[in-house]
Design a protein around this ligand. Structure first.
Ligand code: HEC
Length: 155
């Protein structure tokens, strides 16, 4: 029995070491000036700061990879969230959306933040500074409402 356990532990350690050879691709897709959120709507420094801290790692092409992205399987888990987050809503490509889609995505930003679904709990669990305060949530929502109103009245 002891022997089986010992083989098990050695085997597990071996697998964990092997996993480390499969590193994630950390190259950020390019940033194009005219395609970004900032090109589409007004983003105040306050809002920019909040999003930079809490959203940009998964929803822009400006991801800053944390130390644990070098450790598998944590890195794979993070990478899948980044790929999925960009797929759903990439702020670096926001100006490429049609007006209708911009409005819908801004509405979703407010509702996701208000309901506490974003930033993802698995992210705030490690990135404690990404947790939004009530007043930050309100700032995000009043910003999205202002920008939606502007988009609606624009030609
Ligand atoms: C750890 C990565 C991560 C962070 C950080 C993060 N998101 Fe997300 N976000 C995702 C993923 C993955 C999805 C898609 C799956 C889901 O909805 O849970 C998503 C979905 C969304 C959606 C839904 C898009 C749609 O079309 O349905 C919105 C809106 C959103 N995020 C906004 C935000 C905002 C705003 C922040 C910052 C306050 C943020 N997210 C932070 C990973 C992240």
């Amino acid at each position: 029995m002891k022997k089986v356990l010992r083989y098990g532990v050695v085997g597990l350690a071996f697998v964990l070491i092997l996993l480390q050879f499969f590193r994630i691709d950390k190259t950020n897709p390019p940033l194009v000036d005219g395609e970004t959120l900032e090109a589409a709507v007004a983003v105040s420094p306050d809002i920019s700061l909040i999003m930079g801290r809490s959203c940009n790692d998964c929803h822009t092409n400006k991801t800053i990879y944390p130390w644990y992205s070098n450790i598998q399987p944590a890195g794979w888990f993070l990478k899948s969230h980044i790929d999925e987050g960009r797929e759903e809503l990439n702020f670096s490509k926001f100006n490429m959306f049609e007006k209708k889609k911009k409005i819908r995505k801004l509405e979703e930003v407010c509702s996701e933040v208000e309901s506490g679904q974003m930033p993802l709990p698995s992210y705030t669990w490690i990135h404690r500074d990404a947790i939004l305060t009530e007043s930050e949530k309100q700032a995000i929502c009043s910003w999205t409402k202002t920008e939606i109103a502007k988009l609606e009245t624009a030609q």
